[in-house]
Write a protein that binds this ligand. Structure first.
Ligand SMILES: Cc1cc2nc3c(=O)[nH]c(=O)nc-3n(C[C@H](O)[C@H](O)[C@H](O)COP(=O)(O)O)c2cc1C
Length: 356
């Protein structure tokens, strides 16, 4: 497994050590909520790589929770902790009820989505368009706080602006108002959401990143926790941001290059995993998990689809990934699938060694 490259430490650049002291580390390194990606199987996989990274569910709407199958949406394995439930909604009472469910199910945090730009979410009047209504978000947060008391933190994930509003004052006023409702942790996806026609995918790439807005929020609201998100791809960037904010949240890079997480406990939480993580050990743990999940009628593919980047950068990685995702292997049980993939990887690695 590719371990993080050695990097210039933040200390050499004159800022605090990236390993935070004591409890301040809670949001130090997080994996972002990602719809269709960070389901419970993905989180269990990520937890094999880092014991301390903070993990988030996909966004779940209040409607789906209050009128749908609660167990299907909320059940998770205790090994995934610390895990935060992300909610989508804009009705204080409904959000309060859902926050209470988060507490009852044992989540470590409940987070309100104020950053999703999708047209469907806009029609529901939540997600990023809530940034235009800071007083409503404050009331939502207050209702969630009332529902859970001190039982778990209520946090907000948002953008730095919507549409073409480029003024720092917009996000400053948003954070200032929402903090009055009792939110102490803000996860700042540091780019605007353009609500007028960009797809959600383009909205994660085209509006320019403005990490300096998040840095400034931390300077102006030193008592709040500010977690930066957006475009972070390696330890160098992560350490640079940690000079200015309390934590960093990583989305796509963590999903596509999960081996990176294997260094996080050491690099950002000051703890080593014993024994150290290696891809083979992770595979063994995930095979046991797949076999356990089979009793709940979960197909191995539903789990391994999140693992395709596990061997990224290692010899035979491509053959392993192809074997794991080959539709012809769908009839195999978990053990058969893992064996076929391991064989494909070692054969491909052997062939490339012989050719070298
Ligand atoms: C497939 C996918 C699904 C996403 N779903 C959500 C979501 O449910 N809730 C949310 O707040 N953000 C969602 N996001 C946005 C990410 O949480 C994150 O803010 C964004 O990808 C930027 O971080 P990154 O550059 O590290 O990927 C999603 C992103 C992706 C790629």
């Amino acid at each position: 497994m590719s371990m993080p490259a050695s990097v210039t430490t933040a200390a050499t650049r004159g800022c605090a050590d990236p390993v935070a002291a004591d409890g301040a580390a809670t949001w130090r390194a997080c994996v972002a909520p990602m719809l269709d990606w960070t389901d419970r199987h993905c989180r269990y996989f990520h937890r094999q790589l880092s014991r301390h990274a903070r993990l988030y569910t996909e966004m779940i709407t209040t409607g789906a929770l209050l009128f749908g199958d609660q167990a299907r949406h909320l059940d998770f394995d205790p090994a995934e902790q610390p895990v935060a439930l992300q909610l989508g909604g804009s009705e204080p009472q409904a959000l309060g009820e859902c926050a209470r469910l988060a507490l009852r199910w044992g989540y470590a945090e409940v987070n309100l989505n104020c950053g999703c730009p999708s047209p469907r979410v806009q029609r529901g009047a939540f997600g990023a368009c809530l940034m235009a209504e800071p007083a409503l978000v404050r009331d939502c947060v207050a209702a969630m706080r009332d529902a859970v008391g001190d039982g778990l933190p209520v946090t907000v994930k948002h953008r730095v602006g919507i549409d073409r509003i480029e003024d720092y004052g917009f996000v400053r006023d948003f954070v200032g108002t929402v903090a009055q409702g009792g939110c102490e942790v803000f996860i700042v996806h540091a780019r605007n959401a353009w609500l007028d026609g960009l797809s959600p995918k383009d909205n994660r790439e085209i509006p320019p990143l403005r990490p300096e807005f998040a840095y400034r929020l931390k300077r102006e609201f030193p008592d709040l926790r500010i977690v930066l998100n957006g475009g972070v791809r390696d330890d160098v960037q992560m350490r640079e941001h940690l000079c200015h904010v309390d934590g960093v949240m990583v989305g796509r890079e963590a999903y596509q290059r999960p081996g990176w997480l294997a260094g996080w406990d050491r690099d950002y939480f000051g703890r080593e995993l014993t024994p150290p993580v290696d891809a083979q050990g992770v595979e063994a743990a995930m095979l046991a998990y797949c076999e356990r999940m089979a009793a709940e009628h979960v197909a191995p593919f539903a789990v391994v689809r999140h693992m395709l980047g596990l061997w990224k950068g290692a010899p035979g990685a491509r053959a392993w990934r192809q074997a794991m995702s080959d539709p012809r292997h769908r009839r195999l049980d978990a053990r058969g699938l893992f064996e076929v993939a391991a064989r494909a990887r070692t054969e491909a690695a052997g062939a490339s060694l012989a050719a070298a």
